[in-house]
Design a protein around this ligand. Structure first.
Ligand SMILES: NC(=O)c1ccc[n+]([C@@H]2O[C@H](COP(=O)([O-])OP(=O)(O)OC[C@H]3O[C@@H](n4cnc5c(N)ncnc54)[C@H](O)[C@@H]3O)[C@@H](O)[C@H]2O)c1
Ligand SMILES: [Mg+2]
Length: 347
């Protein structure tokens, strides 16, 4: 077998695995019986008031999985019936089609008659701790960070959408948690995503970094803003940049996107934008930003190389730091530093 043929076969195999995983997830989302069956052999990630159960291992957190049987034993140990399991949501599946679910033991949902379980007691029983995602996200591996972010967003959405906004009646979740339905009028509610554009603005030689007062001390990032209803992404980019720093965008191009769990789960759409040389004077909107400034490629490259606030405090040499690797702002900034001459598309 030639090398090329071998690579083609492997690619075809990977494509099949990906395809069958997608099809399986699609079936579980819509088919309540299939999803209930998948719970029997599936794995559960646990939360308490939207904080995931984690175990500390050396320099990172691990997210333990539990089987349905283990959960039923846990609930019975605490004198709870297993009705709370109906609140679990489907968050993904393995290549071997083991379905993954998330369940919050601390939220009092309408479908659960159980009082929320005591956090400390569960932590002791499961040898872990419920840790806020804001604290743990950057110490998780990429797969767990993504799964737990999705899980938290879905659990939060269900917790906040238990009643129909038309009839006021309780809505009912399907088994997978991909929707809720109002039994009195059949209105279907689907989990919502708020789109946000995040843009790294450049004048060709420098990039614009900004600070909000809510950012950790010393951290600068790219400029971000929520899409208004009726806007295209391009319109949002132009409006946000005009509103926050008073600049006019010349060209922009799309880079990548990311689900972001903070503060309430958004879809971050990342772009690069350029302004015309000579039109770089900033009018910083101090209601939105604490500071905004142009930084040279060398300054940004230096900070990227040693991007850890504590390192910088020790040396005292670098006055600011950038978002961590997992954040799409970091990727945008890295792209700009590494590909200074990438040609922008017309907006
Ligand atoms: N992943 C990353 O790298 C990264 C980097 C920077 C910012 N962010 C995220 O981008 C998001 C938006 O940035 P921003 O705060 O500059 O946005 P912004 O400039 O639009 O300002 C926020 C304000 O927009 C209004 N708003 C409009 N629609 C909203 C909605 N659906 N939800 C909440 N507020 C809404 C509110 O008044 C809010 O105070 C933040 O949630 C932040 O966490 C992510
Ligand atoms: Mg903003």
């Amino acid at each position: 077998m030639s090398l090329r043929h071998g690579v083609q076969q492997e690619n075809a195999f990977l494509k099949n695995v990906f395809q069958s995983r997608r099809m399986y997830l699609c079936e579980l989302k819509e088919d309540d019986d299939a999803c209930k069956k998948a719970q029997q052999t599936g794995a559960f990630y646990l939360f308490h008031n939207l904080a995931p159960l984690l175990q500390k291992s050396e320099h990172q957190y691990l997210a333990p999985q539990h089987s349905l049987l283990e959960l039923e034993r846990l609930l019975s140990k605490f004198g709870q019936d297993s009705q709370i399991l109906e609140d679990s949501v489907l968050i993904g599946c393995s290549e071997e089609q083991e379905a993954w679910f998330a369940l919050d033991l601390g939220l009092n949902s309408s479908s659960s008659i159980n009082a929320s379980l005591q956090k400390a007691e569960i932590e002791t029983a499961l040898q872990g701790s419920f840790i806020k995602l804001t604290k743990a996200l950057f110490e998780l591996n990429v797969k767990d960070a993504s799964l737990l972010s999705t899980a938290q967003a879905l659990l939060r959405w269900h917790d906040a959408h238990q009643f129909c906004s038309r009839s006021g009646q309780p809505t009912k979740k399907n088994v997978s948690g991909s929707k809720r339905v109002c039994p009195s009028n059949n209105i279907i509610y689907y989990p919502q995503v708020a789109p946000v554009v995040i843009t790294l603005v450049s004048d060709g030689t420098r990039c614009l970094l900004v600070r909000q007062s809510s950012f950790p001390k010393g951290m600068y990032s790219a400029l971000a803003g929520f899409c208004d209803i009726g806007e295209s992404l391009e319109e949002t980019v132009r409006r946000e940049i005009a509103e926050e720093v008073g600049l006019e965008v010349d060209r922009l191009h799309y880079s990548a996107s990311q689900h972001w769990p903070f503060p309430n789960s958004t879809l971050m759409i990342a772009c690069h934008a350029t302004v015309k040389p000579g039109q770089t004077e900033l009018q910083v909107n101090l209601r939105e930003l604490e500071a905004a400034a142009w930084f040279s490629r060398d300054e940004v490259a230096t900070v990227l190389r040693r991007n850890n606030p504590s390192n910088q405090q020790q040396s005292g040499a670098v006055p600011f730091w950038l978002p961590p690797k997992l954040a799409i702002a970091h990727q945008l900034i890295k792209e700009w530093v590494e590909k200074p001459t990438c040609s922008p598309l017309p907006a």
